[in-house]
Structures are given as structure tokens and as C-alpha cells.
Design a protein around this ligand. Structure first.
Ligand code: NAI
Length: 213
């Protein structure tokens, strides 16, 4: 029996590493591997074995002395910790270039999300299809949320539009944002889960590393 910590008190650094564990373990599952020691996992992932043990101990451990980790079980348990077994209903706001690319190319279902609605204020996009979903006008947002109760919103709108849209979405029960908009939501809303994505920041970090090698 393994204790699943509710993630309260678990540091962001540990949470940041969980998707990477999940990805590596998924590859091992696909290769038919059944068991791995923390040393072998550490060599594959470039993290120390003690870091791996510390990280997994936050959620109950999972390893057995002299055996290592049961790969199928660890993969499943990390998936559960990440909440992948209970997909969050999600809506996309902003069906422009970025919104279309994300709605079409991200495997939401494998990552703990179910994309159920797409909205854009541009009426020339209404009824057009993204992936398998019709784009709705923004005046449908409220009814849609009351009926379908999405928990998460994916923001692909300009920063200037984001403050008002976020306020509306939070009043409609949205609890988490995958935020591409460059609007810093977490300043105003402390209790909302936000994952900001700034591709440009990633590039600038790369620039720094290249110049400081
Ligand atoms: P786009 O102009 O192709 O699409 C934006 C869409 O948002 C349009 O369809 C527009 O009608 C819609 N929109 C604007 N205000 C709205 C509102 N109040 N409610 C609903 N829909 C609204 O722009 P693109 O290329 O898709 O980029 C979207 C935003 O994402 C841009 O502001 C850009 O700065 C940002 N971006 C962020 C990146 C990141 O790494 N975080 C990377 C690329 C873009």
C-alpha cells in the first residue's frame, strides 16, 4: 500500500520534475522494462539517485530495498499524483494562430486535460472547426461554463484582453490557467493555479547559456 500525499507542502521544484519522471518511465514501460534501481534511473535522467529518492519520498517512496522501483507501478502512481487519471475539463480562449496550433498539436488527453470548448471574440471565426471542436462566440461562454463546468482555461489572447477575460472566467468557476497571454494573473489571483508559458523566456535562457559556456 502506498501513501499518496495530497501534494500539500511539496515544493514546486519536486512538482517540476514529476512530468520528466513520468516521461522517462513511460519510455521504459513502452520498452517492456519491469524494474529499475534509483542508480539506473539517475544515470538515464542525469539526476542524482538521492534526489530521486527524496523526490519520490514526498509521495510515499515507492521503492523497495534491494529491488528498486517497479516501473509499471511507479509510472501509474506518478500519473495519479499528476492527476492524469482525472482529466480537467478545459476551454481555449483565443482561436488565432497560437490557439489553433496548441489545440491541434497538444495531446490534452494524455496530460490530464479534456479540451471541451473553444471561444473567440472574432465573429468571422464562429462555427469554424479547430481539431474536433467548433469555435464559439464569446457570448456563449457563460452558458457553456454553467452547463459544462470547465475547471481550466487555456489563454491564447493578447495581454491587453486577458485581465477582463480572466476575471470573467474566474467568476465562472475556472480554477486554473495555461497562460500564454503574457498577462501576470498570479499578481491579482493568489489562489488560482497558473502555468505561464513564455517561449521567448526559454529562448533568452538559451541565449544566456550559449554566451556563457
Ligand atoms: P492571433 O492574433 O493570431 O490570435 C489571437 C486571437 O485572440 C484572435 O483570434 C482574437 O480574435 C482573439 N481575441 C482577442 N481578444 C479576445 C477576447 N477578449 N476574447 C476572446 N478572444 C479574443 O495571435 P496569436 O499569434 O495566436 O497570439 C495570441 C497571443 O499569444 C498574442 O498576444 C501573443 O503575444 C501571445 N503569444 C505568446 C507566446 C508565448 O510564448 N507565451 C508565443 C506566441 C504568442
Amino acid at each position: 500500500m502506498f501513501l499518496l500525499n495530497k501534494q500539500n507542502g511539496v515544493s514546486d521544484l519536486v512538482i517540476n520534475r514529476l512530468p520528466r519522471y513520468y516521461r522517462f518511465l513511460g519510455e521504459l514501460v513502452a520498452e517492456g522494462e519491469k524494474r529499475i534501481s534509483s542508480r539506473e534511473l539517475s544515470e538515464k535522467m542525469g539526476i542524482t539517485a538521492s534526489q530521486i529518492r527524496q523526490d519520490l519520498n514526498c509521495f510515499g517512496g515507492f521503492g523497495q530495498q534491494g529491488y528498486g522501483y517497479n516501473i509499471d507501478m511507479l509510472y501509474e502512481e506518478i500519473g495519479k499524483i499528476l492527476g492524469l487519471d482525472k482529466p480537467s475539463k478545459t476551454i481555449l480562449i483565443g482561436a488565432g494562430n497560437l490557439g489553433k496550433a496548441i489545440a491541434t498539436h497538444v495531446s490534452f488527453n494524455e496530460k490530464g486535460f479534456e479540451l471541451i470548448g473553444v471561444f473567440d471574440k472574432d465573429l468571422s471565426l464562429t462555427e469554424k472547426i479547430i481539431g474536433e471542436l467548433k469555435i464559439n462566440s464569446m457570448d456563449k461562454l457563460e452558458d457553456f461554463c454553467l452547463k459544462n463546468k470547465p475547471e481550466c482555461a487555456l489563454l491564447c489572447i493578447p495581454k491587453t484582453a486577458a485581465a477582463n477575460v480572466c476575471e470573467k472566467l474566474i467568476s465562472l468557476g475556472i480554477k486554473g490557467f495555461w497562460n500564454f497571454s503574457h498577462y501576470d494573473l498570479s499578481v491579482k489571483y493568489k489562489n488560482i493555479a497558473v502555468e505561464n508559458v513564455h517561449l521567448g523566456d526559454s529562448l533568452m535562457k538559451l541565449s544566456y547559456r550559449i554566451k556563457n559556456q
